[in-house]
Design a protein around this ligand. Structure first.
Ligand SMILES: Cc1cc2nc3c(=O)[nH]c(=O)nc-3n(C[C@H](O)[C@H](O)[C@H](O)COP(=O)(O)O)c2cc1C
Length: 356
């Protein structure tokens, strides 16, 4: 298979493991890369405890990068979530420093401005992919000199854009606006999504939720079961804000206003239903994650408690709408080979429609 994405990244299939904090570790990333896709090491990968130490965070990442290199000789990526506030930024700056020192092949940068890390990464010869959820962001990323953009719609799990634009509508609009290649994410789980994304103008796909339900993913079996049990209506998008965003909203920055539309997509579990009832159907992500406590360490501990230790009784978990399409727990290789293998059948079907 050949697209600009396979060429730029040096991979066989344009299928990218989307970074997921805590669970996209070296083993999962290496399994995806070994199967011909691009594996990604996410924030806090490979560890079961929270650290508040910037130095230790960097060394944990270094360990993961080296482990991934031992497991695969193929390209892989590291995710850098650009810290918006000073405290967050210390962590993302440290991780970037480690990524540069370790000469990683590819960086997937999310949340902050593409102007922050792109020049440093490019100077070090690292391929840069920036994650965008609007046409404006994609244009800014192209201007900053990135190699490709991830364009992720509101169907996706985790932070999936304040403007709630669907993958189906967003990808072709970005394709019309930029010249650099696009990797489409948000709701892609199988060959149909893969082919659909390519038809919309993308040259690769970005899968998060689908890879949670794989053999190699270190998420707790209860998390995987919750995804397997999901139906079409099993996720909701909740509002999300942090102090920097509230400050931006007060300044009238459009990106942070409009009543903070639902931007974090989570699974509608019994715990979430219970909080919904208690709060009369309305809450923010912060209230949901740690009612009455906004301490970030407490929040991170709750994420680990849910994803790694399987405590879904008092924690929420993020997942995308594509969860309703996921019905099994394949290995990464089986999943990638299935997606690639089924494209043939789909092409035949499309051909039979156009050339009966
Ligand atoms: C459990 C979970 C954790 C995530 N953590 C991160 C993260 O740390 N960094 C990031 O850039 N995106 C993160 N995301 C978003 C994904 O990278 C990706 O955009 C999304 O999963 C794509 O949509 P899909 O879930 O429908 O495949 C996360 C998503 C999920 C489901």
């Amino acid at each position: 298979m050949k697209t600009r994405i396979t060429e730029i990244l040096g991979i066989l299939y344009p299928i990218v493991l989307a970074p997921m904090a805590w669970i996209t570790d070296a083993e999962l990333a290496a399994a995806v890369s070994e199967a011909g896709g691009l594996g990604t090491i996410g924030p806090n990968a490979g560890f079961k405890t929270v650290t508040t130490d910037v130095q230790e965070t960097g060394e944990r990442l270094r360990e993961q990068i080296r482990k991934c290199r031992e497991l695969t000789g193929r390209p892989f990526a590291v995710n850098f979530v650009v810290g918006v506030t000073g405290w967050d930024r210390d962590f993302s700056d440290k991780c970037l420093e480690v990524g540069l020192e370790e000469r990683i092949p590819v960086a997937i940068v999310s949340q902050g401005s593409p102007a922050v890390y792109t020049p440093l990464l490019k100077k070090a010869g690292i391929k840069v992919i920036h994650v965008c959820s609007t046409v404006r962001h994609a244009l800014k990323a192209e201007e900053a000199g990135v190699d490709a953009v991830v364009v992720s719609g509101t169907e996706g799990g985790g932070h999936s854009g304040f403007d709630q634009i669907t993958t189906f509508c967003l990808v072709p609009q970005v394709a019309d606006a930029v010249d650099i290649p696009i990797i489409a994410g948000g709701g892609v789980t199988d060959a149909r999504g893969f082919m659909g994304a390519l038809s919309l103008g993308a040259e690769g796909v970005y899968l998060g939720t689908r890879f949670i339900a794989t053999q190699e993913c270190p998420a707790h079996p209860k998390v995987k079961q919750a995804i397997l049990a999901a139906a079409d209506t099993s996720t909701i998008a909740v509002k999300h804000g942090n102090p920097a965003q509230t400050r931006e909203a007060a300044r009238g920055n459009r990106g942070f206003v409009e009543e903070r539309r639902g931007s974090v997509r989570i699974l509608l579990t019994d715990y979430v239903r219970q909080i919904l009832v208690e709060r009369g159907g309305s809450f923010s992500y912060e209230a949901l994650r740690s009612p009455g406590n906004s301490d970030r360490n407490v929040q991170s501990n709750r994420t680990v408690d849910a994803f790694i230790h399987g405590n879904l009784e008092s924690n929420s978990i993020t997942a995308g709408q594509g969860a309703g399409l996921i019905k099994d727990l394949p290995t990464c290789r089986e999943l990638i080979e299935r997606i690639v293998g089924e494209t043939d059948r789909l092409l035949k079907r499309l051909n039979s429609i156009f050339r009966p």
